[in-house]
Ligand binder design. Structure first.
Ligand SMILES: NC(=O)C1=CN([C@@H]2O[C@H](COP(=O)(O)OP(=O)(O)OC[C@H]3O[C@@H](n4cnc5c(N)ncnc54)[C@H](OP(=O)(O)O)[C@@H]3O)[C@@H](O)[C@H]2O)C=CC1
Ligand SMILES: O=C(O)CCC(=O)C(=O)O
Ligand SMILES: [Mg+2]
Length: 737
């Protein structure tokens, strides 16, 4: 039996799984393929982490750790759907829901007061933020729009907001004192272990991290975000947004950069609402306000003060809104601003969405307005300002003619910022931070002040070699120019460039166009080419991988959900991600309110096809190859016939698109002549599906337009979701599980 692991995750993709997985199981069963699910949802990961608090029948395996081992083996074949990278408000929401369902989990201790609480907090903090992807991504990233998807987008362009040269929208980023400007980097000539030490003004030494093992050839870098410079920058931006009459909008990655970015987020909230934080400091201290978790934390904590005090504070908040520039809104109807919850606005998706929308975001009146996008650290902000400048000069991109930008991203083995979480510190007192090796040599040193954020990243040599190899192989396979987005003036990038120069000659690059350009120049080069319909591969580090694989797909295809997203694992296995986007919380809201799921599973279809193909190669399963080829053909047909989900209740949704996939897949299997067993099996299924098309579509669409109860958000009731996601009895009778 050959095995494919299919992950159970969260929100919209998890809902879609209840409808798609039975179809996939039914189609692959006779080919000796077993599809096993592993629960890596936020709720599942919480339950797996606290067995000692649960009854025997409530305990869950630690599926993430199991998969973390599996990805290091050649047998790994995993389909990974997007999962929640939880901010603290989301983590607390999930804990509360699980508690209400009878799981006796401990509360999240914001300020642990004893060792037991400290241990609980540290268990929860391991679940927080981007805790899944870095564990599973034991390989570098290959994300691209398949030809059929790109051609479909060219023929059926998504809406694209016009750009005007007079747009006041712009990116504001720091010009000094940030991670970018303070970065230092070294490549280790031999293996060693290091300590990270803080020495205060009186010479008192504290070890922040001990015995960190580093390999020969590994690049390490460290950088500081200086609090005082950051605060001055934020204050100036609030004022400037007001002067220019544009929306103030903060774009961070507080989920993936789970230690550094919430601290920066908190500073932005305190600067924006400076007056109330000055006036009510004592009260906020007393009730434990922590706006690193967003302004929403302050509002929910107000329940703890007297009504009189609360009204006074609310009045002061109103005054703050009046005196300050307008804030970009996440939900203007509900008054939720860009500063409320750190996981509501995530830079990779939020900046492209703004660029697609004429550079505008939503104001409190629900209208779109020019915006100041505040991206404090300048390491990568320049790619967005260059794109905005390009649109101001040339107008919006045209999806019917623009080229495509696939990405080869360095991310294996917690590369770069991915591995920084346990090496990020909010500095408690003025002094110095040193990275010191076993021989007492100082590798990196920074002067720091209280409140600064110091962070160290590392990237091992083997992943870098693998990344360069992948870049060359993609350039060779497509004959498209490949650009390494590296800046010789940045310390870390300068070290990486040296590696590229050493390892590139190991490959046959004759006839290939491979360049190294700074992110700014690479953006300009790439934008000019896509405008004229030409393709360009971006070869980038981890954070740019994240940014570019939403930016270009959102401009080219309207969403990054339609990307093929492959992680060739370094030990020979395959991790097949589904699209490049997230778990679409807005889609769940619509589903619950209208019983319409607009999630597009195209990413799942693409991932399943490459997973089956990989399986056919590693296990010599010829049926798997036929399943893969026919699935690709079915996906193409689905695009051609426009059977993707619509956004409106009453019309074809996620479930309907799965029906069409099944029908086309069965037809393709029935039409092929390479495997007569499969042909015979699927002739009948194809016939039944075609005959019942109208009945099934009607059964799937007529139930929409009303609320649906799935009893939970993070851990909905499986039976209720399964019933809701498989409402066509006619279809269920044909798809035998
Ligand atoms: N690989 C992973 O595990 C990833 C996880 N995440 C996590 O996902 C959550 C939400 O992140 P967020 O930044 O809001 O980004 P999302 O990508 O989830 O959502 C942004 C918007 O993209 C559109 N979209 C995304 N996927 C699809 C799809 N399959 N079909 C149709 N439309 C789609 C939707 O637009 P519209 O509103 O127009 O329908 C959606 O509202 C966070 O917890 C984040 O950490 C994020 C990225 C990757
Ligand atoms: O891991 C995460 O938090 C998000 C990952 C992501 O956005 C991506 O890989 O594109
Ligand atoms: Mg991303």
């Amino acid at each position: 039996m050959s095995k494919i692991i299919y992950t159970k995750t969260d929100e919209a993709p998890a809902l879609a799984t209840y409808s798609l997985l039975p179809i996939v199981k039914a189609f692959t069963k006779s080919s000796g393929i077993s599809i096993e699910t592993k629960d890596i949802s936020l709720a599942g990961r919480i339950l797996a982490s606290f067995p000692d608090f649960l009854n025997e029948d409530q305990k869950q395996n630690d599926a993430l750790s199991e998969l973390g081992e599996m990805v290091k083996t050649p047998e790994a074949n995993i389909i990974k759907l997007p999962n929640i990278s939880a901010s603290i408000p989301q983590l607390k929401g999930a804990i509360k829901e699980l508690q209400s369902k009878g799981f006796a989990l401990p509360d999240y201790p914001d300020e642990p007061i004893n060792d037991e609480e400290k241990a609980i907090k540290s268990r929860y903090d391991k679940i927080k933020g981007s805790a899944v992807n870095p564990v599973l991504r034991e390989g570098n990233s290959d994300r691209r729009a398949p030809k059929a998807v790109k051609n479909y987008a060219k023929k059926n362009p998504h809406s694209m907001g016009k750009w005007s040269a007079s747009s006041k929208s712009h990116v504001a980023t720091m010009t000094e004192g940030d991670f970018c400007h303070n970065e230092k980097s070294v490549t280790l000539s031999e293996a060693t272990t290091v300590n990270i030490e803080h020495t205060d003004a009186n010479g008192k030494k504290t070890i922040l991290k001990e015995n960190l093992a580093l390999q020969a050839g590994e690049i390490i870098d460290a950088a500081v975000m200086q609090k005082n410079v950051l605060l001055r920058f934020l204050e100036a931006q609030v004022q400037d947004a007001k002067d220019k009459g544009v929306l103030f909008s903060l774009h961070m990655k507080a989920t993936m950069m789970k230690v550094s970015d919430p601290i920066i987020f908190g500073h932005a909230v305190r600067v924006f609402f400076k007056d109330i934080f000055e006036k009510h400091a004592e009260t906020f201290d007393k009730i434990g306000v922590d706006v690193n978790n967003g302004f929403g934390n302050l509002l929910s904590n107000l329940a703890e003060v007297s009504e009189e005090k609360r009204n006074e504070i609310l009045k002061d908040i109103d005054a703050c809104y009046k005196n300050n520039p307008d804030l970009a809104m996440v939900n203007s109807d509900k008054g939720i601003t860009n500063l409320h919850v750190p996981s509501d606005v995530i830079i990779d998706a939020s900046m492209p969405a703004m660029i697609r929308n004429s550079g505008q975001m939503w104001n409190a009146k629900g209208k779109s307005q020019d915006t100041k996008a505040v991206i404090p650290d300048s390491s990568y902000a320049g790619i967005y300002s260059a794109t905005i400048d390009f649109c101001k000069e040339h107008g919006a991109f045209d999806p019917t003619t623009m080229g495509t930008v696939p990405n080869v991203g360095l991310m294996a083995q917690k590369a770069e910022e991915y591995g920084s979480h346990d090496k990020t510190f909010e500095i408690t007192s003025n002094g110095t931070i040193r990275v010191v090796d076993t021989n007492g040599n100082t590798l990196i040193e920074h002067n720091v002040e209280a409140g600064d954020i110091w962070r160290m990243c590392q990237v091992k040599d083997a992943p870098i070699q693998d990344w360069i190899k992948l870049a060359v192989s993609r350039a060779r396979a497509t004959n498209v120019p490949a650009v390494f987005w590296l800046d010789e003036d940045r310390a870390h990038d300068a070290e990486l460039i040296k590696k590229v120069e050493i390892y590139l000659p190991n490959h046959d690059t004759t006839g290939l166009d491979i360049q190294i350009l700074s992110p700014l120049k690479a953006t300009q080069f790439t934008l000019k080419r896509i405008k004229s319909g030409k393709d360009t591969i971006s070869v980038s580090g981890n954070v740019l991988r994240d940014y570019l694989t939403d930016l270009f797909p959102i401009l080219e295809l309207g969403t990054s959900a339609k990307m093929l997203s492959i992680v060739p694992l370094m030990n020979g296995g395959g991790l097949f991600e589904t699209g490049a986007g997230g778990s679409a919380p807005k889609h769940v809201q619509q589903f619950v309110e209208e019983n319409h799921l607009r999630w597009d599973s195209l990413g799942e279809f693409l991932a399943l096809a490459v997973s089956l193909e990989h399986l056919s190669e590693t296990t010599n399963n010829t049926k798997a190859k036929i399943l893969a080829d026919t699935l690709d053909a079915a996906t193409e047909k689905l695009l051609e016939n426009k059977k993707g989900p619509s956004r409106k209740a009453g019309e074809l949704d996620n479930r309907g698109s799965h029906f069409y996939l099944a029908m086309y897949w069965a037809q393709e299997l029935a039409a092929q002549n390479e495997d007569l067993e499969l042909k015979n099996e699927f002739e009948k299924i194809a016939k039944d599906l075609i005959l019942n098309e109208a009945i099934i579509v009607d059964e799937l669409n007529k139930i929409q337009g009303v609320r649906v109860n799935i009893d939970g958000y993070y851990e909905p009731n499986e039976t209720l979701v399964s019933q809701a996601m498989r409402p066509s009895s006619t279809l269920n009778k044909i798809i035998k599980t």
